[in-house]
Design a protein around this ligand. Structure first.
Ligand code: COA
Length: 147
């Protein structure tokens, strides 16, 4: 699958901003320092904030157009993001999700994320967030594995 990567300073393409607004009611429209997005153009995107010194990255948003769901797009975006972020030296992935978001929670579990507690009243409307973590394994590529 052809995925596109956007880095800091990139504006969201029109379809991405429209999907963001439709699903979440807002869109931050331009990526700032540390933020990267992976896109399946016209269909899906994932936005991350990487903290390279801390070797951590947070999944800020993942969205698939309703017409393209349950076709493996979100899973593919997460897997591609992991490869990309691991290459940047990221070791731990984090996210928060509304406790009511059963589809997203099922996705994270299917992709090997581990539930790591609740944040009470995390959202403006008072809903709790479930926190998930994923540790990225060692890269098997050259130059790793030596102590
Ligand atoms: C959550 C979301 C990103 C999933 O995208 P998707 O492309 O449909 O997910 P995938 O097809 O890659 O699903 C991979 C696996 O996740 C799980 N899953 C995904 N959607 C599911 C659903 N609605 N119900 C149950 N399990 C689901 C399944 O295990 C699925 O594998 P399967 O289809 O073989 O059973 C999509 O529903 C979405 O955009 N929701 C609105 C935005 C949102 O809530 N984002 C998360 C918070 S930022």
């Amino acid at each position: 699958m052809e995925l596109q990567r956007l880095g800091p300073g990139s504006a969201f393409p029109e379809w991405m901003e429209a999907l963001d607004l439709e699903l979440f009611g807002d869109s931050w429209r331009i990526l700032v320092d540390g933020e990267v997005a992976l896109l399946a153009p016209g269909r899906a995107f994932a936005v991350w904030r990487a903290n390279v010194p801390a070797e951590e990255a947070e999944l800020l948003r993942i969205a698939v157009h309703p017409a393209h769901r349950r076709a493996g797009l979100a899973a593919a975006l997460l897997q591609a993001s992991e490869r990309d972020l691991r290459g940047e030296g990221i070791r731990t992935l984090l996210l928060e999700v509304r406790v009511s978001n059963a589809a997203a929670r099922a996705l994270y579990v299917a992709e090997g994320w581990r539930e790591a507690g609740l944040r009470k009243a995390y959202y403006k409307d008072g809903e709790d967030a479930a926190c998930y973590l994923k540790a990225l394994g060692q890269d098997a590529g050259p130059g790793t594995g030596n102590r």
